[in-house]
Design a binder for this molecule. Structure first.
Ligand code: NAP
Length: 288
């Protein structure tokens, strides 16, 4: 009989971190500096609307003031950059987030560059990306930061471990790999051109799947006893939410596994809240 992996409960970890965020927000507010996050949404993408609504709700629950800017899809590049500049200069705003993807006529890279790195709570600005390389963190990108937090809270040690990340995106795969390197892991990053992927993933003590394909990671790709982290958010053929990992079969081989939903997902917004607290602390110190 096989033993099932321990499910890493992202909701529980998230609730614990949010409690700490709430306490930090209350302490800052008591000192006259309520943390504030400005969220910009351009256009009417339904998924983005849900994300922004959830961010607003999460802020409210933790005592973070959230300002929402809902701009029409026809917004020009200049109008968007002007709003960001205004928020950069606004002393009452600690964090700025522009929900991606943007409508096609807008230049995402220019928008990322326009946000003051000290208010860049998504950590997409090259200054913050560079700081991850050097191990001198200001803000960490929310999804990889959330994964590191889950590993820490489940006492999963990284030094000396073989870590394999499937996916090399700027928001998940690359920063994830860098955080694992900084933590002492021996890290391999795979992509769509990787030869004999299963042979590589079977080497992993810690396997992170950030591919965007339902049930992509099957049991034959996983080493007995591996820790398996599923970043994917996909819909299966019945329209149900699922990850990149074939959860049931991989559960019979892994030691720890994150479910979808209820794993990495809840941590992402939570780390955004944590980043907003960090931004507020930096900002408060500067103003003192
Ligand atoms: P992405 O930019 O599309 O990157 C996907 C990566 O997977 C690429 O590097 C791609 O390789 C690689 N890949 C695709 N097919 C592959 C194959 N057959 N073998 C090996 N590698 C392959 O996606 P992303 O933004 O990183 O997101 C990945 C997934 O995570 C998506 O499902 C997304 O919805 C989800 N996500 C979840 C959260 C969360 O909060 N839980 C946050 C962000 C993203 P190439 O570079 O060679 O094309």
């Amino acid at each position: 009989m096989s033993i099932l992996a321990i499910r890493i409960d992202g909701k529980a970890v998230s609730a614990a971190v949010r409690e700490e965020v709430k306490q930090q927000a209350a302490a800052l507010t008591a000192q006259g500096h309520q943390p504030a996050l400005a969220v910009i949404l351009v256009g009417e993408d339904p998924a983005s609307q849900v994300y922004v609504r959830n961010k607003h709700k999460a802020c409210a629950e933790c005592g973070i003031r959230s300002l929402q800017y809902e701009l029409p899809a026809s917004t020009t590049q200049q109008e968007l950059l002007t709003l960001i500049q205004t928020l950069n200069e606004d002393d009452t705003v600690d964090g700025i987030l522009c929900q991606l993807p943007l409508p096609r006529h807008l230049d995402e890279q220019a928008v990322i560059l326009a946000i003051d790195p000290k208010k860049d709570v998504d950590a997409f600005h090259p200054v913050n990306a560079g700081r991850i390389m050097s191990g001198d963190y200001g803000f960490l990108p929310c999804t990889p930061a959330g994964i590191m937090e889950m590993l820490r809270r489940y006492d999963i040690a990284i030094p000396g471990k073989r870590c394999v990340v499937i996916g090399r995106s700027n928001i998940v795969g690359k920063p994830m790999a860098m955080l694992l390197i900084n933590a002492g892991g021996t890290v391999t990053v795979c992509n769509s051109k990787t030869r004999d992927l299963p042979a590589v993933t079977r080497e992993a003590d810690i396997l992170v799947a950030a591919v965007g394909k339902p049930h992509f990671v099957t049991a034959d790709m996983v080493k007995e006893g591996a820790v398996v982290i599923d970043v994917g958010i996909n819909r299966n053929t019945e329209g149900k939410l699922c990850g990149d990992v074939a959860f049931d079969e991989v559960s019979e081989k892994a030691s720890y596994i994150t479910p979808v939903p209820g794993g990495v997902g809840p941590m992402t917004i939570t780390m955004l809240l944590q980043n907003t607290i960090t931004a507020a602390k930096i900002h408060k110190e500067e103003n003192e």
